[in-house]
Design a protein around this ligand. Sequence first.
Ligand code: ATP
Ligand code: MG
Length: 328
Amino acid sequence: MTHGSNSSFLSPQQRGPTITVGEILVEIMATTVGSGFREAQPLIGPFASGAPAIFIDQVAKLGAGAGIIASVGDDDFGHLNIERLRGDGVDVSAIAIIPDTPTGSAFVRYAATGGRDFVYNIARSAAGQLQLNEAAKALIARAGHLHVMGSALSMPAAWPIIQHALDDIKSRGGTLSLDPNIRKELAGGEATRQQFSTLLAATDLLLPSGDELFIACPDESEAKAIEELLKSGICGIVVKRGKEGSTLYTAAGSLHRPAFIVEEVDPTGAGDCFGATYLTCRRLGLSDEKSLDYANAAGARNVTRQGPMEGTSTFAELDRFIAATPRN
Ligand code: ATP
Ligand code: MG
């Protein structure tokens, strides 16, 4: 099956910035491979982090309009993040600073198996105190595209903001992308499942990795799950396959593009950079093939840097990386 259409199913960039709602965190990582944090060990950080924050930083680095609705504490961890995002061109007007509450954090340690263990402080940190205030409403009113990360649903306060943004942006001809981004430590209950199904019903672009395709269609083959999702009204599905690259599926067919060959230093953030780059390229009018290649490059380049937000890329950096790096 080859892909037969390049027509974009995302709103063009001129319609307004891409925005997201969700957690801003610092990440602190173990420098040794092993399991968990039940003993003293060497750590490195703090690094700017939070899947929605990495995502929106990557959108801004590509020179496209980008904003985030989030909250941090009035502490060094919070200011580290705000200054990074502002410096990279993100609209930070809707990041609330919550006094007397610490900024969210994630401790991560890589296991020998390649898996990751996390200790999170999100929902009860400043990150969880999201507010639909005037600044958030104003950002939503300007936006042309909403991107939702499943990880944000671990904060109950995010949902009413996402709903408001979805209604407002869609009613003005904007579009929605969804990265399920489910972590075992954050998997929610029935409420989260309901929120996922509400989002899936409005999703234009789905960006799953690993088993995440099966959130909507458990017990199906990958092909069957994709068929069902496309039939339900999703226009494009891009499956992220790590070292195997990525594949776009639409009603017109599929298009696979291979990954770049790199040495993986830190896998966290690859999916966020990938999604940001793919949808920004599409919103800027680039072809499916170019958009997938730039997205694969953004994911691969990110894993060569330690720290989840340290490897976000400009177009100039991606062009140099693509010219210099072999593909699988
Ligand atoms: P995350 O851990 O950030 O949630 P993800 O599981 O959502 O990541 P991945 O498939 O790991 O997404 O990575 C997204 C894209 O980045 C891949 O499709 C691939 O193009 C690129 N990528 C990720 N890891 C590597 C790697 N080790 N080598 C080359 N490319 C990679
Ligand atoms: Mg992911």
